[in-house]
Write a protein that binds this ligand. Structure first.
Ligand code: NAP
Length: 266
C-alpha cells in the first residue's frame, strides 16, 4: 500500500480545491508527505504530470493523474471520479505499469556534458528562421545529412503529444522504443534525409553531430520546457534504462483514449 505521497496541481481553483481535499484525507488516513514519495498525484492535465515528473521523478516512485478538464493520457481519471480515486489510493495496492523514457546526453563545445530524461520528447531546433544543419548517426554510423527546422525524438508516451502534430505514429506507451521525427527537412543534392519518422529500439543510439558554430542558434526543449544549452557539439539519445511507473488502480484503456482524443466527434 502507498505510504508516502506528493500532490501537484495545475494552480486553478478547481485543481487546488481537489488537491487540498486529497491532502487532508491522505494525511488523516495515515500517509505522510515525502520528497521521494511512493506516489505522486497530479491534479490538472497532462502538462501538470510533466511538471510532477520533473520535480519528483525517481525510479521507485509511481504516478497517477486526475484531469480537471478533459481526460488526458497521463491524467486518466476525471474530476467526477475524484472520490473513487482517493478511496483506491487509501485502500488498494496499485498495479505498476512501467513505461519507457528517453535519455539525452548533450556534449557542448566547451567540453561540458549534460544529461536529461524525457517523458514526452526532446526537441532540438533552430532558434531563428535559419535552418539547422547536422549529421544524423545511428549506432555511430552516418545515416543522413539534415538541414531543416529541427528534430524531435519522442517516447512512446509522447507519441500522442507534439510528435502527433508532426505526423508521427502513435505508439503504445509500453513499447521500448523511441521515435525520431524530422521537422521541415530540406531535400536536395547536398542534404538528403529519409523524410519519414524512424522508430529505434532499446539499446540503439541516435547521435546528432553538429558542425562547429559560434552562435547560440539551437534551442532545446524537453517535455515543453526550454533548456539553455550553448554551442552544442553532439547529442546522443537512446531509450533510457530508467522507466516511469504509472499506478494503475484499474486498467488504462490506451487505444480508447486515442480514439476519444483524435477520432470522436463531439
Ligand atoms: P502546453 O503547450 O500548455 O500544452 C500542450 C498540450 O499537450 C496540452 O493540451 C497537454 O494536455 C497536451 N499533452 C501533454 N502531454 C501529452 C501527451 N503525452 N499526450 C497527449 N497530449 C499531451 O504545454 P504543457 O501542458 O506543459 O505540455 C508540454 C507538451 O506540449 C510538450 O511535451 C509537447 O509534447 C507539447 N507541445 C506540443 C506542440 C504541438 O503539438 N505543436 C508544441 C509544443 C509543445 P493537457 O491540456 O491535458 O495538459
Amino acid at each position: 500500500m502507498v505510504k508516502t505521497f506528493q500532490i501537484i496541481d495545475r494552480g486553478d481553483p478547481k485543481s487546488r480545491e481537489i488537491a487540498e481535499r486529497y491532502k487532508k484525507s491522505l494525511l488523516k488516513g495515515g500517509l505522510t508527505i515525502s520528497q521521494t514519495p511512493d506516489l505522486v498525484i497530479s491534479i490538472g492535465g497532462d502538462g501538470t504530470m510533466l511538471k510532477g515528473f520533473r520535480d519528483f521523478y525517481n525510479p521507485s516512485t509511481a504516478f497517477v493523474g486526475l484531469h480537471t478538464g478533459t481526460l488526458g493520457f497521463y491524467a486518466d481519471w476525471s474530476k467526477n471520479e475524484s472520490e473513487l480515486l482517493l478511496k483506491s489510493i487509501l485502500q488498494e495496492q496499485p498495479q505498476l505499469e512501467k513505461c519507457p523514457l528517453i535519455k539525452g546526453e548533450f556534449k557542448l563545445q566547451s567540453g561540458e556534458k549534460k544529461e536529461y530524461l524525457a517523458m514526452n520528447e526532446i526537441v532540438i531546433k533552430s532558434k531563428s528562421i535559419s535552418t539547422m544543419i547536422l549529421d544524423v548517426k545511428i549506432n555511430g554510423e552516418k545515416f543522413e545529412s539534415f538541414r531543416g527546422d529541427g528534430i524531435l525524438i519522442s517516447t512512446p508516451s509522447g507519441s500522442t503529444a507534439y510528435s502527433h502534430s508532426l505526423w508521427g505514429s502513435v505508439i503504445h506507451p509500453t513499447i521500448e522504443a523511441m521515435q525520431v521525427i524530422e521537422m521541415a527537412s530540406i531535400n536536395n543534392s547536398v542534404f538528403r534525409t529519409l523524410n519519414r519518422s524512424l522508430v529505434l529500439p532499446k539499446n540503439q543510439q541516435l547521435m546528432l553531430d553538429f558542425p562547429e558554430h559560434d552562435d547560440d542558434s539551437i534551442i532545446v526543449g524537453i517535455d515543453g520546457k526550454e533548456y539553455p544549452l550553448n554551442k552544442i557539439q553532439a547529442v546522443n539519445i537512446s531509450v533510457a534504462e530508467e522507466k516511469i511507473n504509472f499506478a494503475r488502480y484499474r486498467t488504462f484503456p490506451f487505444w480508447k483514449r486515442v480514439m476519444e482524443k483524435f477520432l470522436k466527434e463531439y
